[in-house]
Design a protein around this ligand. Structure first.
Ligand SMILES: [Mn+2]
Length: 330
């Protein structure tokens, strides 16, 4: 367990949860394995002690997470008015807007915000934020220990999936000996590492590779080759029969160019709405970069959403990237 300077008070969060009558677990838009894995693991932990709990997100569970035991219980869409939680737990979301839910969600219930993004806006009534955790799943691991929850194979698999992908297969700078000790505990409890890797990295549909061709066709460099760019617009998704989650990992191809310090991937969500994803290297803080554009994230992995045409959005992002590389944004 990480001993934080400000101290995440896991026992107080355990207490708030134990007193709840009906708990809603939620993660961010376009959920990833960390959000879904954290959600499923905490769901099983709360169910083990007989609590009423449900899982509901704006977007569906991505294909790579559907094998997890409990994923089939997660509903999605605009909030169902029939749900009346008294406690909502937000998992892996840096801001309230990332949940894409109406304000009533936090007005009628106590919102507990559990996240590892440095840019988190502390939007909860109770906030458990620490960017030293490699994944929100690692935070749930600590919470479940305080709850004295036995790690079932379903919990172990969900947390392993969260940590595997959020650490970039144990390649990020967030990986330390504690992470491997935690993973060893998860494997002792029944997590299957090969199964997790198979689903995360070898379960793609063929159409994804037509989409990858489209993305690679847009690959170019700027800032004296220090910045790599790729984009996918609505016509490319339509042509290939793909959705945004099918582009997961494409940015890593551009990031893998040795000379590149900043990688930018733009995906068109709607007519004038773009999801921008950043990767940084060698000290370049793309989390701060994304924050200046209204988003957030980690030092080396961050994102934001911008409105406008491809050219407008690109010009705004290019200006911010150039300022970052010049040292104006630290
Ligand atoms: Mn995460």
């Amino acid at each position: 367990m990480i001993d934080t300077p400000e101290g995440i008070n896991w026992p107080s969060i355990d207490q708030a949860l134990s007193q709840a009558k009906n708990i809603h677990l939620i993660t961010h838009r376009l959920p990833d394995s960390d959000g879904i894995g954290s959600q499923i693991a905490l769901y099983h932990g709360l169910r083990q002690r007989g609590q009423a709990v449900f899982m509901h997100n704006y977007d569906p569970v991505p294909r790579i997470c559907r094998y997890l035991d409990g994923a089939e219980l997660i509903t999605h869409g605009k909030r169902d008015p029939a749900m009346h939680p008294d406690v909502v737990v937000s998992l892996d979301a840096g801001s309230f807007s990332r949940l894409h839910m109406p304000d009533s969600l936090r007005q009628s219930a106590t919102l507990i915000n559990i996240d590892h993004h440095a840019s988190n806006t502390h939007f909860g009534a109770i906030n458990a934020i620490d960017d030293r955790y490699c994944a929100t799943g690692a935070m749930i691991f600590d919470l479940l220990a305080v709850m004295h929850t036995p790690l079932s194979p379903a919990i172990a698999q969900a947390l392993y999936a969260a940590i595997l992908t959020d650490t970039g297969s144990f390649r990020n700078n967030s990986v330390n000996a504690d992470v491997y000790r935690m993973v060893a505990t998860l494997m002792d409890a029944g997590a299957d590492a090969a199964l997790a890797a198979e689903h995360a990295y070898a379960s793609h549909k063929f159409e994804r590779f037509n989409l990858l061709k489209e993305a690679l066709d847009t690959l170019c460099l700027s800032n004296n080759q220090r910045t790599a760019w790729m984009y996918l617009d609505a016509s490319m998704f339509a042509r290939t029969g793909c959705v945004v989650e099918d582009s997961e990992g494409f940015i890593d191809y551009a990031r893998s160019i040795g000379i590149v310090d900043v990688t930018v991937m733009m995906c068109q969500l709607e007519q004038e709405t773009w999801k921008i994803t950043f990767r940084g290297k060698r000290g370049i803080n793309v989390g701060a970069l994304a924050t200046t554009l209204g988003g957030g994230g980690h030092r080396y992995a961050a994102g934001c959403t911008l409105e406008g045409s491809n050219a407008d959005v690109r010009a705004r992002v290019q200006k911010a990237v150039t300022e970052t590389l010049q040292g104006a944004i630290l």
